[in-house]
Design a protein around this ligand. Structure first.
Ligand SMILES: *[C@@H]1O[C@H](CO)[C@@H](O)[C@H](O)[C@H]1NC(C)=O
Length: 327
């Protein structure tokens, strides 16, 4: 093909791609990335840290972000919007982690869901105004994003079976999923044949939900699926059509950092996981939010110690007394 035609077809192809693909992936404006990771209410099994007084954050999410060259600030789920806004203006992206917190309650969205929704809605606002502020939901965080974008439809999750500690190969994968950008072809091939994606969930998001609630279909593109042991299909990963909002039902951080569960730790499984966070943090490099030095010193994770909590499925956990995290 003559060179000019080739160039033209490339331009045509690019103009049809989504907003997320159009972002100049390698145009970094900020190499001092700070990622906010949401805390959630402590678990009833952690008897020394009652959920009425403590929140927690598994250390694996912190290390996951740090290995991609960013710093971490824990975001207090119990904070009011004034405090959340101060965090928002200092961080370059957020991660909503896995866990077992309630999203909906008899009186509407839980405190956790509302705090996440505040941040996500701010992210959408600034993205629409031309900033890049990426959001990454993992497992429960992935479900939380669906809950918020559906307009708090409830109940919307369905029970999955045999999914509590199991690995799958990728099905119906989208090679253009933004968090797979760093995959070379061999790695992408490998995740379709090897069981690297580690799941630990009792609830799932059915692709049917995207038909039931058109706001989900308008917002997200499904980028992979899997099936539970009853043959029910659930969404494995998705991304925003117009926004850098990403989610995975599986747990990439566990392949690298968790040892109490059966997540695969092979060379390629670890590389696949690392590629997710490298790609995510690279989106955050396009955001220019910044804390002042005093705020960052106060909020950064280095101020806190991990605990080896017997009842946790995590090797190390951070606990925070309610109100301890603030700006
Ligand atoms: C672990 O959980 C059990 C059952 O809830 C409880 O009896 C025990 O005290 C817990 N241990 C710790 C260290 O939290």
């Amino acid at each position: 093909m003559p060179r000019i035609l080739l160039l033209l077809s490339c331009i045509l192809f690019l103009s049809q791609s989504s907003f997320v693909d159009d972002i100049e992936y390698l145009t970094e404006i900020n190499n001092n990335v700070v990622i906010g990771i949401f805390t959630q209410p402590s678990d009833p099994d952690y008897v020394d840290y009652p959920s009425s007084q403590y929140s927690y954050l598994a250390a694996s999410y912190v290390k996951f972000v740090e290995m991609a060259g960013a710093r971490v600030v824990p975001i207090p789920y119990e904070a009011d919007n004034t405090i959340l806004e101060k965090y928002f203006l200092g961080i370059n992206g957020i991660i909503i982690p896995g866990g077992a917190s309630d999203l909906d309650t008899p009186t509407g969205p839980s405190k956790f869901a509302k705090a996440v929704a505040y941040m996500v809605n701010r992210a959408l606002q600034v993205n629409e105004a031309g900033e890049v502020f990426p959001v990454f939901g993992i497992c429960m965080g992935f479900q939380t994003l669906h809950y918020i974008i559906s307009g708090y439809k409830t109940p919307f999750l369905y029970r999955v079976y045999g999914e509590n500690g199991i690995s799958h190969s990728l099905e119906n994968g989208d090679r253009n999923f933004a968090l797979y950008k760093d995959f070379d072809d061999d790695t992408y091939q490998a995740i379709q044949t090897n069981q690297y994606l580690y799941y630990s969930h009792n609830w799932g998001v059915s692709p049917d939900l995207y038909k039931k609630y058109p706001s989900l279909d308008a917002f997200f593109k499904i980028t992979g699926t899997n099936q539970d042991n009853k043959g029910q299909t659930f969404v494995a990963s998705m991304q925003g059509k117009q926004h850098p909002v990403f989610g995975v039902q599986y747990h990439p951080e566990k392949n690298i950092f968790e040892w109490k569960v059966s997540a695969p730790h092979s060379y390629l499984a670890v590389k696949v996981s690392a590629n997710h966070i490298d790609a995510f943090v690279n989106y955050a490099r396009m955001n220019s939010h910044q804390f002042n030095a005093e705020q960052l010193n106060k909020a950064v994770i280095y101020n806190f110690k991990t605990v080896q909590e017997k009842n946790a499925s995590f090797v190390q956990v951070y606990f925070f007394k309610n109100g301890e995290l603030s700006l």
